[in-house]
Write a protein that binds this ligand. Structure first.
Ligand SMILES: [Zn+2]
Ligand SMILES: [Zn+2]
Length: 166
């Protein structure tokens, strides 16, 4: 918990924070590592804001080629802190209980929200050959991929439709 009593009482104008957050339970695709969560909570004469950044130093598994790669995509943190959440309907308010906020929970939930739909070692990862399993990033194989699995044809059409709209 991040103690904010001094800030609320006006003893200090800001409270910095710098914690290390474990990546455990964040995503099945992140195999190890942690994130540094850094920033500060500021009292703007009455309303309190939290600003910071979460920087992962993790190892994740690519969803296309299955290789492990370094995952470091940062996440911006921003929240307004209040002690009476019931009266607020905005999303970015975070509740302060007994002059403290749960920084770990706040950082974790923001991180999970910002995770990619699919982890890729690089944007244009070519993945593995569906026939022989060769890593196509390394070398082309000699498989004839025109003869594809027809169960996916409907889906293929769907994506092409999608492209026309945009
Ligand atoms: Zn990959
Ligand atoms: Zn192949």
């Amino acid at each position: 918990m991040l103690e904010l009593k001094k800030l609320v009482d006006g003893v200090v104008d800001s409270i910095p924070f710098d914690i290390t957050l474990s990546s455990e339970g964040i995503s099945d695709d992140i195999v190890s590592g942690s994130a540094e969560v850094k920033g500060e909570v500021v009292n703007h004469s009455g309303f309190i804001t939290l600003r910071g950044e979460l920087v992962p130093e993790c190892v994740a598994v690519c969803g296309r080629c299955g290789r492990e790669f370094k995952y470091t995509r940062p996440v911006k943190l921003y929240a307004k802190i209040t002690d009476k959440l019931a009266n607020e309907d905005e999303d970015d308010f975070v509740l302060m209980t007994d002059y403290a906020v749960d920084l770990v929970e706040l950082a974790r939930s923001n991180w999970v929200l910002e995770l990619p739909f699919r982890f890729l070692c690089k944007e244009d990862c070519r993945g593995l050959c569906p026939k022989c399993g060769a890593d196509l990033n390394v070398a082309d194989c000699s498989c004839d991929l025109k003869e594809r699995d027809h169960r996916w044809d409907a889906l293929l059409g769907y994506f092409e439709e999608d492209k026309k709209d945009t």
